[in-house]
Design a binder for this molecule. Sequence first.
Ligand SMILES: NC(=O)c1ccc[n+]([C@@H]2O[C@H](COP(=O)([O-])OP(=O)(O)OC[C@H]3O[C@@H](n4cnc5c(N)ncnc54)[C@H](O)[C@@H]3O)[C@@H](O)[C@H]2O)c1
Length: 345
Amino acid sequence: MGEIRVAVAGAGNLCSSTVQGTHFYAKAKEPLGLLHPTLGGYKPTDIKFVAAFDISEAKVDKDLSEAIFAKSNNAPKIVVVPKLGVVVKMGPTPDLIEGTLSSIKRAKAEAVDVAAELKKAKTDILINMVSGGSDKASTLYAQAAIDAGCAYINATPSSIAGDAALVKKFTSTKLPLAGDDLLDQVGATAIHIGILEFLHSRGAHIDESYQLDVGGGAESISTLEKTKDTKRRIKTAAVTGHVPYKFPLVSGSTDFVDFLGNGRDSFFWVKGRYFGGVPFTMDLKLSSEDAPNGGSILLDAIRGMKVAKDKGEKGLVAPVCGYAFKRAERTSLAKAYEAFRELTG
Ligand SMILES: NC(=O)c1ccc[n+]([C@@H]2O[C@H](COP(=O)([O-])OP(=O)(O)OC[C@H]3O[C@@H](n4cnc5c(N)ncnc54)[C@H](O)[C@@H]3O)[C@@H](O)[C@H]2O)c1
């Protein structure tokens, strides 16, 4: 099928797990943890990283294989990544505000022309994985993808797929777009949807439910300082509508706990009634690592977008959005999987 030429904006933890995944599954005896060993004819090993952008002093000018293990990344190391021959270039910094906990030590280099770099690298897809709350940078990278003729995947909570004017631009330039905010493999939002769908399918009535997270790592600081309200809106909207009646429902992030590292603790609460109107409660906790939780889904989203691009899809690619992103139209996870597999099958 050939290769998939991918550029990354943001060489953070999610990027680390995604790059590592393409090497891990090249050697793994069994594809444990991978939803689709082959998708639309593409294997994870067909993904080639051809360009990278970051703004951190610890990452810019380094080979991508080194940058993904540089400070403050703390995603689990699952494989040795060989030198990739892709030097991380300086990106634009329109959102950087010094003096906050989440501020990044800016590299001294001048920002490059992102669209020109994407063209030079013959990029198929640009993935936006910059720090949460970098709304202006996320829009600049989207415009660069359009200028360079690339597909664009927005893994961040910034509103890109949710921005009608940007979607129109991708449609009129005949380029595919997917986003926003990656829906993790065994993440709190997917599990919360699953619990609610399951209880409804078993005839239980749900009276109220909430889901809250605490996490470590740079992205949890960004969430606390910049995107807490946005995340709460996106996550609550993502779990709403999976049961055909309304009930009090909250889903969001709450706080940063530094010693959790890349870890995340997710708490789930459900109160409801079943046979005879008898009440029940459910109180669950999931402990996971953040970056690998996104890696598997992102390897699928990349391959799904390449198939969409090969098929000439333009604008929002609904089956990729519904399968892999929180901010998407979706009636059930099962239907979202079905639509994704129809596109890629
Ligand atoms: N499971 C997941 O990891 C997951 C799930 C859903 C959404 N996301 C989103 O993906 C994004 C990345 O998550 P992460 O955990 O890797 O975060 P991270 O903080 O580990 O990495 C972000 C990287 O982006 C870089 N960056 C910041 N501004 C930039 C700019 N203007 N240009 C280029 N690089 C820039 C930072 O220096 C850092 O290297 C976040 O927006 C997060 O909300 C991640």
